[in-house]
Design a protein around this ligand. Structure first.
Ligand code: SAM
Ligand code: DTB
Ligand code: SF4
Length: 345
């Protein structure tokens, strides 16, 4: 990946145009049988890409990509046993546990993300669920970050109805809570919370009026049928999520998935395309694992309908491509930064 660049954030943003359809519009849903989703995976690669591009262009400017920056506001020491995760106390991945980050440091990081060109700031905590004493602090973070003119997103684990309402009231735009995999594969990876628990949190988020950010991880050893099963679960949420992060497993040393063989890159691109076709108005985010992809593969993901990335040098505990390298890639592909209408000056 190229790391030096003369492309400024202003140049990237200057040509951003208003999208035909706001990403905030609640998307219409239809029921996708698992077999129909799997049939999409089975299409010849070029046919699948053509279909995904066609759907993408019906709803979005295909040359715009939205930028979200992640910050780990509380790292490690998590009681859950998610088999992919470096932050679980069940495994020895060498991640140092921290306390909740002070508000000023979060605001500083958000300001830096905005200066780099991000439009959404996603704050993640390694919790099973937030404790009451944490709520006040994360609510202050939402207020302050929203006040900077950034979209806000949080991922704090499972939420009760009251917590979701409090976050909404503070101005939280998105809540990220992933289904992670198909129901019949999930139990191979996670034992401390159920699929149903996850669906219940998503329900609370939806009922509180917060936009749902929900996706999963590809390449954990699941079958194609199970990948299709995950996408069908997401697409059949009514309505389907506004944001869909598709993570490529980052195989972290010390976790049970450390030795998992990388997935065929074309299978990953297929997953992006199938997500785009089944959730036409969602922001489909090319998420974890981008540092392990070359630029040509990332370009294929954009061609398959990905229109969002995590932008900034770090994800939560692992690396991400350098921001200036990403800007350079955008310039080479003629991509512009999508600025949501809600936060446009
Ligand atoms: N603790 C909260 C939770 O699990 O709900 C929030 C943070 S958690 C790290 C957010 C998501 O990051 C997970 O659901 C998973 O999809 C993704 N993730 C975590 N570790 C990953 C890895 N090594 N590779 C790919 N995705 C990962
Ligand atoms: C999501 O789906 N991916 C992000 C975000 N939501 C919170 C997290 C990716 C984490 C990758 C591994 C790490 O950095 O620890
Ligand atoms: Fe904890 Fe979230 Fe990691 Fe699971 S994914 S171990 S809940 S931080």
């Amino acid at each position: 990946m190229t790391t030096s660049s003369t492309v400024s954030v202003e140049t990237l943003r200057a040509s951003a145009t208003r999208p035909a359809v706001s990403a905030f519009a609640p998307p219409a849903s239809r029921r996708w049988p698992d077999a129909e989703v799997e049939a999409l995976y089975e299409l010849p690669f070029m046919d699948l890409l053509f279909r995904a591009q066609t759907v993408h262009r019906e709803h979005f400017d295909a040359n715009e990509v939205q930028l979200s920056t992640l910050l780990s506001i509380k790292t490690g020491g998590c009681s859950e046993d998610c088999g992919y995760c470096s932050q679980s106390t069940h495994f020895e991945a060498g991640v140092q546990a921290t306390k909740l980050m002070p508000l000023e440091e979060v605001v500083e990081a958000a300001q830096a993300a905005k200066a780099q060109g991000a439009t959404r700031f996603c704050m993640g905590a390694a919790w099973r669920s937030p404790k009451e004493r944490d709520m006040e602090k994360v609510i202050d973070m939402v207020r302050e970050v929203r006040g900077l003119g950034l979209e806000t997103c949080m991922t704090l684990g499972m939420l009760e109805a009251e917590q979701a309402r409090a976050l909404k009231e503070a101005g939280l735009d998105y809540y990220n809570h992933n289904l992670d995999s198909a129901p019949d594969f999930y139990g191979n990876i996670i034992g401390t919370r159920t699929y149903r628990d996850r669906l219940e949190t998503l329900d609370q988020v939806r009922k509180a009026g917060i936009n749902v950010c929900c996706g999963g991880i590809i390449g954990m050893g699941e079958s194609r049928t199970q990948r299709a099963g995950l996408i069908a679960q997401l697409a059949n949420l009514a309505p389907y999520p506004e944001s869909v992060p598709i993570n490529n497993l980052v195989a972290v040393k010390g976790t049970p998935l450390a030795d998992t063989a990388p997935i065929d890159p074309f299978e990953f691109v297929r997953t992006i395309a199938v997500a785009r076709i089944t959730m036409p108005r969602a922001m489909v985010r090319l998420s974890a694992g981008r540092q392990q992809m070359d630029e040509a593969l990332q370009a294929l993901c954009f061609a398959a309908g990905a229109n969002s990335i995590f932008y900034g040098d770090r994800l939560l505990t692992t690396g991400n491509p350098q921001a200036d390298g990403d800007r350079r890639l955008f310039e080479r592909l003629g991509l512009r930064v999508k600025v949501p209408s809600e936060i446009r000056p």
